[in-house]
Write a protein that binds this ligand. Structure first.
Ligand code: BLA
Length: 243
């Protein structure tokens, strides 16, 4: 269902950047569970280049049960750009939830103006995909912008509306990256590194997918996937609290 989305992202990135494969820890690149009705595969890709220190995307294919496309792009610490976050989820025939955003690292006015306002006209044109839904797992004021796309929708809208919106968001993001001067001040660079790390910790601690990963692939694999791949700069909660 989201394969064309994955292919589009891949093409855009390969055309613009000199990508190298970024290693995925052994055993986490692919997994398959076969429990009769709940058979599922999960596959991930990861790349890097001088401007983008971590590009990762994951596809879960559990047939009619679930289709998921999830991605985060982390710029190099020399860019204070938001992260590009994508989470498109289809469960069964009815439940489709899509989220896409430039995920801000900082919340000051100047930052908003520079990196978030450029999304406004796009978001206004895709108003139907920005539904102001309540967040249960995350805090909408942390690492989400006011112009995020966040919708409960249907398969037809995914093709007719989400696909063009997605393409425009990605192109805008890459255009902003191209126009942004890298930071030179070591303190500013350090501040970005810290903010990206905090994002990983925040996201790993709240990830609503860990139950989904556990149910298909077991708890141990799910924990490794979360802390060694998806949000590798996060420390598992039990370790952080010394338990
Ligand atoms: C919600 N994301 C969810 C849910 C799941 C996932 C299962 C809950 C859906 C529900 O309400 O039943 C799934 N999250 C995943 C998967 C991965 C993951 C499969 O990290 C990894 C492979 N989530 C992101 C990113 C964004 C994001 C990058 O990983 C940013 C665009 C957003 N996901 C996001 C939001 C919700 C969500 C905003 C709703 C959560 C809420 O209600 O608080």
């Amino acid at each position: 269902m989201y394969q064309a989305f994955r292919e589009f992202l891949e093409r855009e990135l390969f055309e613009r950047f000199d990508l190298r494969t970024r290693p995925i820890p052994p055993g986490l690149e692919f997994n398959a569970s076969d429990r009769g009705k709940t058979s599922a595969t999960i596959r991930s890709w990861s790349y890097e280049c001088p401007q983008l220190r971590k590009i990762r995307y994951t596809y879960i294919d559990a047939g009619e049960m679930a289709q998921v496309f999830n991605s985060v792009i982390y710029p190099s610490h020399h860019y204070d750009l938001p992260l590009l976050g994508i989470d498109f989820l289809t469960f069964g025939k009815k439940k489709i939830l899509v989220v896409m955003d430039f995920q801000p690292l900082f919340r000051d006015e100047a930052y908003q103006e520079k990196y978030i306002e450029p999304m406004k006209s796009l978001r206004d044109r895709y108003d139907d995909l920005a539904q102001n839904l309540e967040m249960k797992f995350y805090d909408a004021n942390q690492y989400f912008s006011k112009y995020l796309l966040f919708a409960k929708t249907d398969a037809e809208t995914v093709q007719s509306r989400l696909f063009p919106a997605y393409q425009e968001y990605i192109r805008l993001y890459l255009q902003i990256l191209e126009q942004t001067e890298p930071l030179a001040d070591p303190e500013a660079i350090q501040r970005v590194a810290k903010a990206q790390k905090d994002y990983d910790q925040y996201s790993a601690d709240r990830d609503p997918a860990s139950g989904l990963f556990s149910s298909y692939f077991g708890h141990e694999w799910a924990e490794r996937f979360l802390y060694e791949f998806l949000f590798e700069d996060a420390v598992p909660l039990a370790v952080a609290s010394g338990k």
